[in-house]
Design a protein around this ligand. Structure first.
Ligand SMILES: Cc1ncc(COP(=O)(O)O)c(C=O)c1O
Length: 441
């Protein structure tokens, strides 16, 4: 290769960094003894193998049906599934789709909700455009936004999710600096956020729409609602979506998935979009792949239609609830009692977010991460989930713990190991001081 000149990769390719999760997954794979709370994969034991086999047999044993399923579909997606999704959303929201100005025309099937998020970034962003996200947030999407050259600005969170009044102040500041024309989107995970497990509270949902509308002066600032974890609700109240507070279907693009609540391997998601966004989105998707897997969409359709989706969800809830409870009980039992050792206790999703005193460094190169690996346990360093502030500073005193994929009988041992490492990292003489980072729980 030394005699040939380098490939001239695009600016976008050069802006694209490897996702940190790839490294974490590789470490876990190379060390099968490791108790990994890192990867946000789904629980392999809960995957709907029998239901999917029955559905696949039903689709493929009928020659005409099989030929249809194995043929290309349309770019927007399988019409019976889009209709079924509208009915499904009506059930989730407890109101007719017409009250949200939604029909099957506003639903586009995608290859996982990740593709929906990606295409939204693709149709909205030019380099230098601003996207506002929660701080901390889903690092895979932050990476994708960076690859488009977006300027990502974080808004702090508290126990009620994104601090929407801080968002209001931020938008006000951006407007007074003449930067409002660059603000294209607000990305918000409305349920059991990755990485914190926090949920946007009910009163903040309409307020978020109101704020986006207020600052939509020359153009609409689109709310990208990521509802990937919506249906992973184990106890507590089911909340209406942000989109349900957008009766004219103009301010919110919502992204959903069948991967978390059913089977990640069908990699099928969908976006519910305002009409103008749906048009642009579909054109872009036509360039990406002119349609997601037709077979997988038909599997998702059958699962919704024959009730196996909802039966499976009940099983999934039981399995994840049990794992979450074991993790939280172990945290109570083993984590040192210290005013700045705090963690979230979500009623759904896959994550616990552990916050430690500022002096404790959980980062990849901070020592604790390698100590944890050495003692057979792995976490996601919280640093990946934040955007650097104006001084380039990223909080390094958090960790994300995922209970989904770890066998239930290993969770307590894993937390015991982690707690012992945390205890040793606490500096006893350090005076208690208020956490100064962007997630004060
Ligand atoms: C917050 C969030 N959104 C979206 C996704 C994308 O998932 P999928 O493409 O499987 O639907 C994930 C995956 O982990 C996620 O955590």
């Amino acid at each position: 290769m030394s005699s040939v000149p380098p490939i001239a990769f695009s600016a976008k390719a050069r802006r694209t960094a490897e996702q940190p999760i790839s490294y974490l997954i590789a470490v876990a794979k190379a060390n099968p003894q490791l108790i990994s709370f890192a990867a946000g994969l789904v629980d392999p034991l809960t995957l709907p193998t029998e239901e999917t086999l029955a559905i696949a047999q039903r689709i493929l044993s009928d020659k005409d049906r099989a030929r249809d399923a194995l043929q290309y579909g349309t770019t927007v997606g399988y019409k019976p599934l889009r209709d079924a999704i509208v009915r499904h959303l009506e059930q989730l929201e407890g109101k007719p789709a017409a009250a949200m100005s939604i029909s099957a025309d506003n639903v586009v099937l995608t290859t996982g909700s990740q593709q929906a998020l990606y295409i939204l970034a693709d149709i909205l962003l030019d380099p230098g455009d601003i996207v506002i996200i929660e701080s901390p947030s889903y690092f895979v999407y932050a990476g994708a936004l960076s690859s488009f050259g977006a300027r990502i600005i974080g808004v702090p969170m508290d126990r009620d999710g994104m601090a929407v009044e801080e968002l209001d102040k931020l938008l006000h500041r951006l407007e007074s600096h003449g930067e409002l024309p660059r603000v294209k989107a607000i990305y918000c995970q409305s349920y059991f956020q990755n990485p914190t497990g926090l949920t946007l509270s009910l009163p903040r949902r309409p307020r978020l729409v109101e704020i986006a509308r207020k600052y939509s002066r020359q153009h609409r600032i689109l709310i990208i609602e990521d509802a990937a974890y919506r249906e992973l609700l184990y106890d507590g109240e089911a909340l209406p979506s942000i989109k349900s507070f957008d009766p004219t279907n103009s301010m919110v693009a919502s992204c959903y998935t069948f991967d978390k609540p059913f089977a990640a391997g069908i990699k099928t998601g969908y976006a519910v979009l305002p009409p103008d966004v749906a048009r642009e989105f579909t054109e872009q998707k036509g360039n990406h792949d002119f349609g997601s897997s037709h077979l997988c969409q038909q599997i998702a359709y059958e699962a919704l239609a024959d009730g196996s989706y909802s039966r499976h969800l009940t099983e999934l809830h039981d399995a994840y609830r049990a794992k979450r409870d074991v993790m939280l009980a172990a945290m109570e039992k083993y984590m040192p009692a210290h005013p700045q050792v705090q963690w979230t206790t979500a009623s759904g999703g896959l994550y616990v977010w552990l916050s430690l005193p500022l002096a404790v460094n959980t980062s990849r190169n901070g020592g604790m991460f390698d100590r944890a690996l050495g003692e057979g346990v792995m976490y996601v360093p919280g640093e990946y989930c934040f955007q650097p502030d104006e001084h380039g500073h990223v909080p390094q005193n958090h960790m994300r713990l995922c209970y989904a994929v770890t066998p239930i009988e290993q969770i307590e041992t894993g937390i015991e190991r982690l707690a012992s490492i945390v205890r040793r990292a606490l500096v006893p003489a350090e005076p208690a001081r208020a956490a100064q980072d962007s997630l004060t729980l």
